[in-house]
Design a protein around this ligand. Structure first.
Ligand code: IPE
Ligand code: IPE
Ligand code: MG
Length: 302
């Protein structure tokens, strides 16, 4: 039995989904699934039961997202802070994650047909030493190329770099904080805090969150565009300053004759191309280090 593909929407849900889909839709939604233990307490069931129903709710929510055409979902299932909970609770949560996520991964081939791709990510309790070492190397390598260090490079270094930033972030259970989840990536996302406890989340709660995204869509888009424009402008300014310095070193007048302005254009193109090359090299090294690290981690935990 499939974990997330079971069941279609009811007629009324389908009707409302079609209305919502007429507006701008979030392409990537992030969830902080909170409130499992309060739900367990409220329903007088075991804590583990609350967590188990939380995982089942995730399966159901992924199906709704699929039906709504949302192809990218990121969920916060466990935080580093959560390791401070009792051993019994952490072990129980890990067992559930193993069971439910491995089932989801088994289904990924058939899900690919729906355009769905699954990645299970985790935050690491400590920044691995070799990644720290790589950052140190990068700092040394870029010492002479301050222009390389930018916000867009930081984006590319994060493990979320293959996804667009979330358009919508939802946290349930009435808590109004991000608890360290995707802090950088959600700076221009629509944040929706809902009071419902995660295991009780409904299709209608999801619709409400999407409607709130749609109501704020223009403002969000405008803020995102002007932020990207500002990034481009700053990079251009830094490159121009670098070229001016180079021209001065060559004895050319920075605002000089026709020949000088041609030289300026050539230098600018060269500077951009060389930066791109350095950055690609750095990112490839980072990717290799990361892959090695995870391979070793899997060998140790196998
Ligand atoms: C969220 O629910 C699930 C995890 C953190 C694993 P909680 O376990 O935080 O439940 P509450 O917030 O205490 O009710
Ligand atoms: C938040 O965990 C992370 C998840 C919901 C997975 P908590 O519910 O323990 O969050 P804080 O620590 O109270 O913010
Ligand atoms: Mg909680």
């Amino acid at each position: 039995m499939s974990w997330i593909r079971e069941g279609e929407l009811t007629i009324i849900e389908r009707f409302c989904a079609n209305i919502i889909k007429a507006g701008p839709m979030p392409k990537h939604v992030a969830f902080i699934m909170d409130g499992n233990r309060r739900y367990a307490q409220k329903c007088h069931v075991e804590r583990q039961q609350g967590h188990s129903q939380g995982f089942d709710k995730l399966a159901q929510t992924l199906r709704w997202c699929l039906n709504l055409g949302i192809r990218e979902v990121t969920v916060y299932a466990f935080s580093i802070e959560n390791f401070k909970r009792s051993k019994e609770e952490v072990d129980g949560l890990m067992d559930l994650a193993r069971q439910k996520f491995s089932r989801l991964l088994e289904e990924q081939e058939s899900l690919k047909k729906h355009g769905v791709c699954i990645r299970v990510l985790g935050d690491l309790p400590l920044l691995p030493l070799d990644i720290q070492e790589l950052i140190a190397q990068a700092v040394l390598a870029t010492r002479n190329y301050n222009n390389d260090v930018s916000e867009s490079l930081l984006d590319k270094c994060l493990y979320t770099n293959n996804s667009p930033d979330p358009d919508l972030l939802i946290r349930t259970s009435g808590e109004v904080r991000l608890s360290d989840f995707l802090l950088w990536q959600t700076s221009h996302s629509c944040l929706v805090f809902q009071s419902v406890l995660w295991p009780e989340y409904t299709f209608w709660n999801l619709c409400e969150a999407i409607l709130r995204f749609q109501m704020n869509y223009n403002a969000l888009q405008k803020a995102r565009d002007s932020y990207m424009e500002e990034r481009r402008r700053q990079q251009m300014e830094r490159d121009q300053a670098y070229v001016t310095k180079k021209l001065q070193q060559e004895g050319c007048s920075p605002r000089g004759a026709h020949g000088d302005s041609r030289r300026r254009r050539t230098l600018l193109q060269k500077c951009t191309a060389m930066r791109e090359e350095r950055i690609q090299g750095f990112l490839q090294a980072l990717e290799h280090k990361r892959a090695d690290f995870f391979e070793r981690l899997c060998t140790v935990s196998a």
